[in-house]
Write a protein that binds this ligand. Structure first.
Ligand code: PLP
Length: 396
């Protein structure tokens, strides 16, 4: 039998072993974590809606009339009118013909990609795309052409050399770097080379674009330019699940063909009901987005002034590039000792030598929370410089 224990030991020795912390409070900035208070700067709860009292009350109110379990898959007897109403609301929110509700973003990517390309087709995927996109591409059986991150000339060359059915897949906001895909250019190339374009906007929806409509709207594009849009509801929307939205024909096709939609129990209908109500808040409450962007601007300026290397991102994903995995871990631990929770991101999530502290912001953070983070970053910077006798930050 394969030596599983040795593999885990090797992982530990490389500083790549992952541990799970237990939280004892809802997602919010101030949390109890493994019995200690920590100020959280690593969640994707960008608008601070995960423990929003109105949403919690709406869920409690929906439970008696909706029950808990979905009971069956959508094509058997689990498709509740609340699921359907959520899909209609999502279509309206994203300015698209139709939408299909999935249990998770992971399942949406795997199901949509593997339904729309197959053997004999080619799927083009940015090298920094989310793991669920990569897995969807692999499962599809299509030829996979990975292009260098946002390298449009390389993509164009590959598109021009390829015949047959083609699909291009990209994150809208890249999850570990926080930068935006070049959607205008991607859309132009897809049109020119007759390729279907799919954008996974897990980190853009709710956060950027008019009324939080995401990266496609941010670039002034719509369904004609980007036919397929995947969004997740467990991030800015603060609930759970995901969706794909696009032309009616493709949504109809996916109901028949997306195996991660067909062969799974539907989400609790009450959750769909609350998510539908939450979209109103996401759309109308501009103050959350304004505050979030103010925090991000201030953080970037101050972190740079402290000597940290920020990355080219204007989104709430604000990685500080550290380089070495062990050093990133040590800095994360030093922050934790000061009551600040920032996760270190290491290979294989990011390429070797690009380990980082991935700081994320939420509209629920106050300026005082940000001050605490900045003070701690200042302290650990000098600590680590003294301990190792070399420059702590910015050395990849
Ligand atoms: C989080 C994420 C997903 C997965 O969504 P879940 O609903 O958490 O499964 C998919 N794509 C991207 C880009 C993500 O960041």
């Amino acid at each position: 039998m394969r030596n599983f224990a040795a593999e885990l030991e090797a992982r530990r020795a490389q500083g790549l072993y992952r541990e799970r912390k237990q939280t004892q409070s809802p997602q919010r900035p101030s949390m109890q974590v493994d019995g200690q208070p920590l100020l959280n700067f690593c969640s994707n709860d960008y608008l601070g809606l995960a423990s929003n009292p109105h949403a919690v009350a709406a869920l409690i109110e929906a439970l008696p009339s909706h029950g808990i379990g979905g009971g069956a898959s959508h094509l058997i007897c689990g498709h509740h009118q609340s699921h359907h109403a959520l899909e209609e609301r999502l279509a309206r929110f994203t300015g698209r013909d139709s939408a299909l509700f999935f249990s998770t973003g992971y399942m949406a990517n795997v199901g949509v990609i593997s339904a729309l390309v197959g053997k004999g087709d080619t799927v083009f995927s940015d090298e920094l795309n989310h793991a669920s996109i990569i897995d969807g591409c692999r499962l599809s059986g299509a030829r996979i052409c990975r292009f260098a991150h946002s390298d449009m000339s390389m993509l164009e060359q590959h598109l021009a050399e390829t015949s047959g059915h083609k699909m291009v897949v990209t994150d809208g906001v890249f999850s570990m770097d926080g930068d935006l895909a070049k959607l205008g250019e991607l859309s132009r190339l897809c049109r020119k080379h007759d390729a279907l374009l799919l954008v996974d906007d897990a980190h853009g929806l709710g956060v950027i674009g008019r009324g939080g409509r995401g990266s496609v709207d941010h670039f002034g594009l719509d369904q004609d330019d980007v036919p397929l849009l995947i969004g997740t509801l467990g991030k800015a929307f603060g609930t759970a699940g995901a969706f794909v939205a696009g032309p009616q024909l493709l949504i109809d096709y996916l109901v028949q063909k997306a195996r991660t939609y067909i062969y799974t129990t539907s989400m609790p209908p009450a959750l769909a009901e609350v998510t539908r109500q939450t979209i109103d808040t996401v759309e109308k409450d501009e103050s959350r987005r304004t505050h979030l962007h103010t925090l991000v601007d201030r953080f970037r300026r101050r972190a740079q002034a402290l000597g940290y290397q920020v990355m080219p991102s204007d989104t709430p994903i604000q990685p500080l590039l550290i380089g070495d995995a062990a050093r990133a871990m040590a800095m994360s631990a030093a922050l934790e000792a000061r009551g600040i929770w920032v996760s270190a991101i290491r290979p294989p999530t990011v390429p070797p030598g690009q380990s980082r502290l991935r700081v994320t912001f939420s509209a629920a953070h106050t300026h005082e929370h940000l001050n605490q983070l900045l003070d701690a970053l200042q302290e650990i910077r000098s600590d680590i410089t003294t301990e190792s006798g070399e420059q702590a930050v910015g050395s990849a």
